[in-house]
Design a binder for this molecule. Structure first.
Ligand SMILES: Cc1cc2nc3c(=O)[nH]c(=O)nc-3n(C[C@H](O)[C@H](O)[C@H](O)COP(=O)(O)OP(=O)(O)OC[C@H]3O[C@@H](n4cnc5c(N)ncnc54)[C@H](O)[C@@H]3O)c2cc1C
Length: 295
C-alpha cells in the first residue's frame, strides 16, 4: 500500500513547529514515531496534505528528573526509552512496565508516549499508568500553553482534548509518596505484538510497611470507550489493611464501573471476569512493592 501525496516539514525548533501547526491547522498531522499515523495514511483513514515531523525539535525526546519532586517526559520519548529508564522503573513503575509491554522491540523504539496518548485508543498501554500517576499533559500552541490532567484528556475512541494546532510537549508526573508501590498488567492473546484485551494499572500507598492503605489508584484500559479510573474501587481500599478479601471486593467493584464490548479479542463476559482477576492481582503486586519501598 502506497502513502498518499503530502508535503513534508521538518522544523528544527519548537517555535517553528508550533508556527507551522498554527498556519496549517487541520490540514496537517504531527509525525512522531509514525507507527500509527503512517499505517492510517496507507489505509487512507488519515489524509493530511501536510506532515510535520517533530524528530528534529530539540528537547522533546528528553526525560528530565525534577530534583526528587517528579519527572518531565518529553512528548517524543519512545516507549523503549521509558521502559529502560532507571528512575522511571524505580519510582514510576506502572509507566515503565506498560511501555515495556507496548508492541515489540522494533515498535517500542519508534513509538512515542505523545503518539500513544494523542491517539487515544481505548486499549492503548500508556493512558492507564499516566492516570494512576496523576500525570499532567502540557499542550503548546503558537498562542499559548495549557495543562490537562490525564484523567480529563481522553474523550472517546480516537478523541482527546487536544486541538489541531497544539503539540503535546511533555508529560509531568509528581514523585509518589514513600511506601508507594505500583503495577501494570496487560492481558492479550499473545505475550508480544498484541493489543490489550484488558489492562490494569494500580498504585498503592501504605502508611508504613505494615500499615493501612492511605492512597489507592486504579485505572483500566480496553473496558470502555475511554480508559477508566476506578474511583469507587479505590474508595473501598483507603483506610483499610490490605487483604485478599478487600482486593476481591475492589475487583468486583471495578467490573461494575466498566462497559466492555465483545470483539475479535474477547467477549464482554470474559473481559468482565478478567477485570476482577486482574484488579485483584495488580493490587497484590502494588502492595508487595509498597512494602519493600526503599528511600
Ligand atoms: C505492529 C504494531 C503494534 C502495536 N502495538 C501496540 C501495543 O501493544 N500497545 C499500544 O498501546 N499501541 C500499539 N501500537 C500502536 C502505536 O505503536 C502506539 O500508539 C504508538 O505509541 C504511537 O506513537 P507514534 O510516535 O508512532 O505516533 P504517530 O504514529 O507518529 O502519531 C500518532 C498520532 O498522534 C499524533 N501525535 C503524535 N505525537 C504528537 C504530539 N507530541 N503532539 C500532538 N500530536 C501528536 C499524530 O499526529 C497522530 O495523529 C502498535 C502499532 C503497530 C504498528
Amino acid at each position: 500500500m502506497l502513502l498518499p501525496k503530502f508535503e513534508y516539514h521538518e522544523p528544527s525548533t519548537l517555535q517553528d513547529a508550533l508556527n507551522l501547526l498554527s498556519e496549517l491547522g487541520g490540514n496537517a498531522k504531527v509525525l512522531a514515531g509514525g507507527t500509527d499515523l503512517l499505517v492510517r495514511m496507507k489505509q487512507k483513514i488519515d489524509r493530511p496534505s501536510h506532515v510535520i515531523s517533530i524528530a528534529r525539535v530539540p528537547g522533546l525526546d528528553a526525560i528530565i528528573p525534577r530534583n526528587g519532586h517528579g519527572v518531565t517526559i518529553g512528548g517524543a520519548v519512545s516507549a523503549g526509552a521509558i521502559s529502560r529508564h532507571e528512575l522511571l522503573n524505580d519510582r514510576f513503575l506502572p509507566l515503565a512496565l506498560a511501555a515495556g509491554r507496548l508492541g515489540a522491540p522494533m515498535i517500542r523504539n519508534r513509538a512515542t508516549i505523545g503518539g500513544n496518548l494523542v491517539n487515544a485508543r481505548p486499549a492503548a498501554d500508556l493512558p492507564p499508568p499516566c492516570m494512576v500517576l496523576n500525570a499532567e499533559f502540557k499542550l503548546k500552541s503558537a498562542s499559548g500553553e495549557r495543562e490537562v490532567a490525564a484523567v480529563e484528556f481522553f474523550r472517546g475512541p480516537g478523541e482527546a482534548d487536544i486541538e489541531p494546532n497544539e503539540l503535546l510537549v511533555s508529560i509531568n508526573v509528581e514523585t509518589p509518596m514513600p511506601w508507594t508501590g505500583g503495577s501494570y498488567i496487560k492481558l492479550g492473546a499473545r505475550k508480544t505484538l498484541e493489543i490489550s484485551m484488558v489492562n490494569v494499572a494500580a498504585l498503592i500507598t501504605l502508611q508504613s510497611p505494615d500499615g493501612v492503605i492511605t492512597d489507592a489508584r486504579i485505572a483500566l484500559g480496553a473496558v470502555a470507550p475511554t480508559p477508566v479510573r476506578a474511583y469507587a474501587a479505590e474508595e473501598l481500599l483507603i483506610g483499610e489493611k490490605p487483604t485478599d478479601e478487600l482486593f476481591e471486593r475492589a475487583g468486583m467493584t471495578g467490573v461494575g464501573l466498566c462497559s466492555p464490548i465483545t470483539d475479535h479479542r474477547g467477549t464482554m463476559e470474559y473481559r468482565c471476569m478478567m477485570i476482577e482477576v486482574l484488579v485483584k492481582r495488580s493490587l497484590k503486586q502494588a502492595v508487595e512493592r509498597a512494602k519493600s519501598w526503599k528511600p
